[in-house]
Design a protein around this ligand. Structure first.
Ligand code: HEM
Length: 480
């Protein structure tokens, strides 16, 4: 056979050993590509594309809007599909029943999984990272600290934080997300420690801010990197917390807040200092960005729906009247007579779905809804897709709190997750949103400054630029 022009060119351009090496590399690549798309195990994997070897569909996820990435594949492959992102084979789940299997009925087959860098920064003994006895013991303690019976006593402290914060916004243009992060952080500190005078609040806040910057940075622990600084701050934070724990242990008083509950274990069940510290940091981490992001969306939606805002104001004024008649501040029962404001929060949690999904990992090979999920694969229940499915929430893109006048269908509304790892802080989150909205809507007005639309991820989806707003008291006119 006559050599082709191409082979002649190749022999001319490359010496023989290089050619052999190139051919072998090409062959291995083709083999890898074939195995990637045709795994040896012939049990039925969910439908979907694994993309390119190693990188999978990661580039597509980053270049497309993440919501359309998931919804396009859901349309193409159905409610359960496979993909390969961020170096992991994944199965995406967007049916309420299948999500329930993963999170509730067969939760023991799917363990929570987080990037190792996050585990290092929060602390490996925090409850998120565990299953089984250790997790359920800690979960009970954390839950007991955030039950309505335990929260009732903190309404007036939360109100005091709001009353100190809001006047600093008056006549100013503020970055809503930044300000609400300050608020949610202060509330989280009260919940964690009870008495904030006891601890050096500012020191802890400053160190925590360094740690926070590390959560979303490249996990490169080299001098000068954000991650390195975050790790250093995390160590210092540990020392501070140990001193607070030591002081309380020596004084013989367990004190208030979650710390008090964690210290209150009998001698034989005592938690170690590092178990306590990791869980305190863990709760601050879980409580703070989440609540601030949701509340930022509440302000955006109320601003965009002025009629709704007026109705919320009327509801809050009625509560204000009761307070005036009783010559008192807000109490727990007031927050239970704010049905419209509560529905606004529920609808915001659905529409914004700030936790678009959660991560689990199959702990063994699993037969799942007629498919095979190999051990080690990630499984992601897609909360946002369920919340935006027109079968469960008609006209899903419309912001319509009235849809919550009737309870949603079981397992279709999961802003706080479901099952053993569901959120223990949901009541606290709702309480702090209601308290802030009561004072904000009855005393102030706000106007979004600049271009209003767009979303940024930091890491949760929030309005672009953190929603800058100009705040004025209600009796004054707002200007752009
Ligand atoms: C609106 C604000 C919040 C939202 C949307 C939210 C959402 C969630 C969700 C979806 C989960 C489950 C994650 C999973 O299954 O993998 C979760 C877990 C958790 N949340 Fe929240 N959360 C919020 C506020 C809070 C607050 C205020 C606290 C403070 C106590 C908190 C503490 C936790 C903890 C400790 C876990 C881990 C539970 C476990 O692993 O057993 N969260 N949260």
């Amino acid at each position: 056979m006559q050599p082709t022009f191409l082979s002649e060119l190749l022999v001319f351009a490359f010496p023989l050993p290089v050619l052999i090496f190139l051919s072998l590399s090409l062959f291995s690549l083709l083999l890898l590509f074939h195995q990637w798309h045709h795994p040896k195990d012939k049990r039925l994997l969910p439908p979907g594309s694994m993309g390119l070897p190693y990188i999978g569909e990661t580039l597509k996820l980053y270049t497309e809007n993440p919501n359309s990435f998931f919804s396009n594949r859901q349309k193409r492959y159905g409610d359960i599909f496979k993909t390969h992102i961020l170096g992991c084979p994944c199965v995406m789940i967007s049916s309420p029943e299948a999500a329930r299997v993963v999170l509730v009925s067969k939760a023991y087959l799917f363990k929570p999984t987080y990037p190792p860098s996050k585990e290092k920064l929060i602390g490996p003994e925090a409850l998120f990272f565990h299953q089984g006895d250790y997790h359920s013991r800690l979960k009970k303690l954390v839950q007991s600290s955030f039950l309505p019976s335990a929260l009732k006593g903190s309404v007036s402290e939360i109100e005091q934080i709001v009353l100190r914060l809001l006047p600093t916004w008056n006549h100013n243009t503020i970055n809503t997300l930044h300000e609400l992060k300050r608020y949610a952080f202060d509330v989280a500190m009260i919940s964690a420690f009870g008495d904030k005078k006891e601890i050096q609040m500012e020191g802890i806040k400053c160190l925590y801010q360094y740690v926070e910057k590390g959560y979303n940075s490249m996990p490169l622990d080299l001098p000068g990197t954000l991650f390195h600084k975050a790790m250093k701050a995390r160590k210092l934070l540990n020392e501070r917390l140990r001193r607070v724990i030591q002081k309380r242990r020596e004084s013989g008083k367990q004190g208030g807040g979650l710390l008090g509950v964690l210290l209150g274990q009998e001698q034989q069940n005592q938690l170690s200092d590092s178990q306590i510290a990791d869980n305190i940091i863990g709760v601050i981490f879980a409580a703070h960005d989440t609540t601030a992001s949701v509340l930022t969306w509440v302000l955006k939606y109320l601003h965009d729906n002025q009629d709704l805002l007026e109705a919320v104001v009327r509801e809050q004024e009625r509560v204000g009247l009761k307070k005036m008649e009783g010559d008192r501040g807000l109490i727990w029962d007031d927050t239970k007579s704010m049905p419209l404001t509560t529905r606004v929060i529920q609808e915001t949690l659905r529409t914004a779905s700030i936790l678009s999904f959660t991560f689990r990992e199959a702990v063994e090979d699993v037969e799942f809804e007629g498919y095979f999920i190999p051990k080690g694969w990630k499984v992601l229940p897609l909360f946002r897709s369920i919340h935006h499915c027109p079968d469960f929430f008609p006209k899903p893109d419309k912001f319509d709190p009235s849809r919550f006048e009737v309870p949603p269908r079981p397992n279709t509304y999961l802003p706080f997750g479901n099952g053993v790892h569901s959120c223990p802080g949901s009541e606290l989150a709702k309480l702090e949103m209601l308290v802030l909205l009561h004072h904000l809507t009855t005393t102030y007005r706000w106007q979004v400054v600049g271009d209003e639309d767009g979303i940024k991820y930091g890491p949760f989806p929030v309005p672009k630029r953190g929603l800058p707003i100009k705040v004025t008291s209600r009796d004054q006119k707002t200007t752009k």
